[in-house]
Design a protein around this ligand. Structure first.
Ligand code: DHB
Ligand code: MG
Length: 627
């Protein structure tokens, strides 16, 4: 289906919006009247600009408070409509959205409203335009698409049709399947928006918190399936009122929008194959990530020894090196860490931009090529780098926050990465009991979170946990956990600059992995082994242990073992969780080691305020220049 986006969804002036919308590959735009009025271009000029960008004006909107008015308001509304139809002719668009009335003088009565629209249909016909009627979910008399449809049905005019907007239907908890009985050719236009499940006034929620399909909690795919079942084959358009998007980078927001529209159609088709859309090309199904095969750090010759010391103290050992690049493989349990000091290529670019940083993440999936194809079909940017003779060409994309994400599988040659691209030394001696990677924590400015979570949830088969607030002594950090198969990531969004996360963004010049959590099967043994290695353990205060013992009713022996190991503790309905932290590096990067028992499914969020406070006590003064 052809895709469109409303100008209100993006920041900037009309020129900037058009450039972003066309660059993201949309076919059309809805002109929001305010954007037009605020611009300095006349209607014909705007129409030309739009077409020069290869776009169509799909809709002009909104026209407010038309139906059910007594005189003299009624005549004035018709006169106003005539003016706007004229304007539409100049713009070069034939469809306008009339939203349901909130006018204080408006009167109810389905037939009265239907008669108004019938008469409007005759006027619209004179101008060669069509009118679509949308139920605002806070409309005075019409606030349900079923009622809007009844008005349209009774208006019985070829120039009058229905406009559906997923927000108004789903936000009011109206069953989207009620759309299925509406004839597809009476639906003139379809707008899509999602929103987070927050209980608040509908109008305020709609005007500030809408987001891209897949970014919120509404069942937009179910709405989409119902629309497709009617036979509707017109425009699919995003209408996203969102405070962050209004301030965001228009190109990125537009790209996320296109990604969400590709994905919502893909989801609908998968859930109900009979609804296949003719022009939607087949893209590989979303699959879970099996696990993290490797994490690569980009660093320099100068900074590599400090990283090596931290890895050694954590129980890692050098286990091999790349056949052609200055990349060392460090291993412990099933964990592969790469330390790249290459003075050329992407590692160098990452290092120069961020300092020592996680620059690549290797994911193990069932079929690397298929995952790569799905990612690029969803507009992920392919990442290419020279491959040495005889080395593997590992499919890669730009992941969250500019890092590189590689896809590996065991069903192809890629499964031999460690034999082909590396020279492996003898089996390393036992380390500190670390067995795997529990999760990666990616820190970013708060306003990148939706985009990052959309990336994971649409490319992979992934589940989001509810967002949690992490209290830093200097501000709030929001944390969104995402799980896909054997991979867990937490996205941490900082609004305040003086939080540990906010400082990390400043110190490392942008978003990246702030901490890696490794797993162990025996946290107490690991704590002992780390102590022997001079691991820079984070000291947790006595108050914490008094509280945790009281909260969970722990016996004094366990409490004492936790205290001695500086191990934090949490429980949920499924099981127990143990966490141990390193002190933060100067830039705020740190390590965590965890043990999950039973089916504990969280990340120790209740401990975060105390951990962060302890980390801040150890931190050196901020603002120290990097060497
Ligand atoms: O918030 C509004 O007023 C508004 C206007 C036009 C729309 O299409 C809509 O969904 C909401
Ligand atoms: Mg709408």
């Amino acid at each position: 289906m052809k895709t469109s986006i409303a100008t209100v969804s993006l920041s900037g002036n009309l020129t900037e919006k058009l450039a972003a919308i066309s660059a993201a590959g949309f076919d059309g735009i809805e002109i929001f009247e305010q954007d037009f009025i605020a611009s300095d271009f006349g209607p014909a000029e705007v129409g030309r600009m739009v077409r020069d960008h290869g776009l169509e004006i799909t809709l002009f909107q909104p026209f407010r408070d038309f139906e059910g008015l007594p005189e003299p308001h009624r005549s004035r509304a018709f006169a106003r409509a005539a003016r706007k139809f004229e304007l539409m002719n100049q713009l070069g668009t034939d469809l306008v959205l009339f939203c349901s009335s909130v006018h204080p003088a408006a009167m109810g009565g389905i037939d009265r409203m239907a008669d108004d629209f019938h008469e409007l249909g005759d006027l619209a016909r004179q101008y060669g335009v069509r009118v679509g009627y949308e139920a605002l979910c806070w409309g005075r008399f019409v606030n349900d698409h079923r009622d809007a449809w009844e008005v349209v049905r009774r208006a019985d005019h070829p120039n009058i049709g229905l406009i559906l907007d997923s927000f108004h239907t789903l936000g009011r908890k109206i069953d989207p399947d009620s759309i299925r009985s509406i004839p597809g050719d009476r639906i003139f236009f379809v707008q899509l928006a999602d929103a987070p499940a927050i209980d608040m006034d509908l109008l305020y929620w709609s005007r500030h918190f809408r987001n891209m399909p897949g970014e919120g909690d509404l069942d937009v795919p179910a709405f989409m399936r119902a629309v497709m079942a009617t036979g509707y084959d017109g425009w699919l358009s995003l209408e996203i009122f969102n405070d962050q998007f209004r301030a965001g980078l228009p190109r990125l927001v537009a790209l996320d929008g296109r990604r969400s529209l590709i994905s919502v159609q893909d989801r609908a088709r998968r859930a109900e194959p009979a609804l296949a859309v003719a022009d939607q090309t087949d893209i590989p199904a979303p699959v879970p990530v099996k696990g993290v095969e490797f994490i690569e750090f980009a660093t320099s010759e100068d900074e590599a020894p400090e990283l090596a010391a931290l890895l050694t103290a954590t129980g890692f050992q050098p286990a091999g090196s790349h056949v052609s690049k200055p990349v060392t493989l460090w291993r412990q349990g099933d964990v592969n860490l790469l330390v790249n000091t290459d003075a050329r290529g992407f590692a160098r670019t990452s290092y120069v931009a961020h300092g020592t940083t996680v620059s690549e993440i290797g994911l193990s999936v069932a079929d690397a090529q298929a995952s790569f194809q799905r990612a690029t079909a969803l507009l992920a940017q392919p990442h290419q780098q020279e491959v040495g003779k005889g080395e593997l060409a590992i499919p890669a994309i730009r992941g969250v926050s500019g890092s590189v994400m590689r896809f590996l599988d065991s069903s192809s040659e890629l499964g031999r990465i460690w034999d082909v691209d590396f020279r492996i030394a003898d089996k390393p001696a036992p380390g500190a009991g670390i067995t795997g990677i529990d999760h990666l924590a990616q820190t970013m400015p708060y306003d990148e979170m939706l985009s990052s979570s959309l990336f994971y949830t649409e490319i992979f088969a992934a589940e989001k946990s509810p967002m949690v607030d992490v209290i830093d002594p200097d501000g709030l950090v929001r944390s969104q956990a995402i799980r896909t198969g054997g991979m867990r990531v937490t996205l941490n969004g900082a609004e305040a600059r003086r939080t540990l996360a906010g400082r990390f963004i400043e110190e490392s010049f942008g978003s990246s992995v702030q901490h890696i959590a490794f797993s162990t099967n025996d946290i107490f043994a690991t704590a002992e082994a780390l102590r022997a290695r001079d691991f820079p353990v984070l000291r947790i205060g006595a108050n914490y242990y008094d509280d945790v013992a009281a909260r969970f009713g722990l016996d004094s022996a366990l409490t004492e073992r936790l205290r001695r190991g500086n191990i934090m503790y949490d429980e949920d309905a499924g099981g127990q969780f143990f966490q141990l932290y390193s002190m933060p590096r100067k830039d705020g990067f740190f390590l965590e080691i965890v043990q999950r028992q039973g089916n504990y499914n969280g990340y120790g969020a209740p401990n975060a305020p105390f951990r962060i406070a302890a980390q801040k006590r150890t931190a050196r003064p901020t603002g120290m220049p990097r060497a």
